[in-house]
Design a binder for this molecule. Structure first.
Ligand SMILES: O=C(CO)COP(=O)(O)O
Ligand SMILES: O=C[C@H](O)COP(=O)(O)O
Ligand SMILES: [Zn+2]
Ligand SMILES: [Zn+2]
Length: 332
């Protein structure tokens, strides 16, 4: 048994409280390897931001849960070496799908877990989430639950349409489960193809404008549970310059459309205090790697393409923290 506090990690409680009061959001960036961890920590340190390192089921399969925990532990030391005296780094399980998985992460030093029971019938979601909360809170680990289902693929579960979160359920859910934060469905989705062109309109320059998020639902939820921490998954913006760079250097991304940054700014100024971003990081790394491969085909040292990928990722994350989520300068 390892407790996250002994690793220098923190849970989400205090940073979420400050983020809601200060009308900004904390970034949760997914990581699977050393370079992604370095980019996240560099961006967080340089912008003086609290940050959440997030581990998905795909990451656990790819990199091993124990190794990722050691990387997160190393992230705290690394942040200090980079000059941050008191880093605020959360190690969070993304989309936990069972009590056993959440328990194993808590037992090995994660400071926060998501139990995603949103695909189950309501009462089953409550029972599972409550069980995780009861275990987690013994160790001061914070828990994120979810109500409503995002459209698209999520852990092998495919949902064709959004099932928006029902505001009438949120009071019952958060009181009966005791969760510390609630992920909601208001029109975001995972991946780099969040909307089809048919769902979008075009501006005067022919740029596709996706339908807005359901801020009306968010407002109703906020009325039901004022000041309660809300989480947005599927919040990549799919920067079109990165998509263009990938396709310029041999990629084949089609109809890649994300959530406009302006909408994320608006969300960050509400009770939304955690915004999940994975796909944009994937695009940044892929664009950088493709450029190196195209321009320097004789290169075969992985550091020569993973290095630029890491730099590009860090630049992207700094922009998010500074200009979109607003968490820059918000360390305790
Ligand atoms: O929600 C996410 C991880 O849980 C990531 O969302 P994106 O695919 O939009 O980056
Ligand atoms: O929620 C999904 C994340 O973007 C991670 O996905 P993954 O399981 O492919 O790593
Ligand atoms: Zn879900
Ligand atoms: Zn997610």
């Amino acid at each position: 048994m390892v407790n996250y506090k002994d690793l220098g990690l923190v849970n989400t409680k205090d940073m979420f409280k400050r983020a809601i009061a200060g009308k900004y959001a904390i970034a949760a960036f997914n990581f699977n390897n050393l370079e992604q961890m370095q980019a996240i920590v560099q961006a967080a340190v340089e912008t003086k931001s609290p940050v959440i390192l997030q581990v998905s089921s795909g990451a656990r399969k790819y990199a091993n849960q124990t190794l990722l925990r050691y990387l997160a532990q190393g992230a705290v030391e690394y942040a200090k070496e980079l000059g941050c005296e008191k880093p605020e780094i959360v190690l969070h399980l993304d989309h936990g799908d069972s009590f056993e998985l959440c328990k194993s992460c808590i037992d090995m030093g994660f400071s926060s877990v998501m139990i995603d029971g949103s695909h189950f019938p309501y009462e089953e979601n409550i029972a599972l989430t409550k069980k995780v909360v009861e275990y987690a809170h013994q160790f001061d680990v914070t828990v994120e639950g979810e109500l409503g289902v995002l459209a698209g693929v999520e852990d092998d579960v495919v949902a064709e349409h959004h099932t928006y979160t029902q505001p009438s359920e949120v009071v019952d859910f958060v009181t009966r489960t005791g969760v510390d934060s609630l992920a909601i469905s208001i029109g975001t989705s995972h991946g780099a193809n969040k909307f089809t062109p048919a769902q979008c309109t075009r501006d005067e320059n022919g740029i596709l404008i996706p339908p807005p998020l359901r801020f009306d639902i968010l407002e109703e939820i906020e009325k039901e549970i004022p000041g309660f921490p809300i989480v947005l998954h599927g919040s990549s913006s799919v920067p079109q310059d990165l998509v263009a760079q990938i396709n310029q250097y041999g990629g084949k991304l089609v109809d890649s459309i994300g959530i406009p940054e302006e909408q994320l700014r608006k969300a960050a100024s509400s009770a939304v205090c955690k915004i999940n971003i994975d796909s944009d990081g994937r695009l940044a790394m892929t664009a950088a790697v493709r450029k190196v491969f195209a321009e320097s085909p004789a290169e075969f040292d992985p550091r020569k393409y993973l290095g630029p990928a890491r730099d590009s990722l860090k630049a992207l994350y700094k922009k998010k923290l500074e200009n979109v989520l607003g968490s820059a300068g918000k360390l305790a």
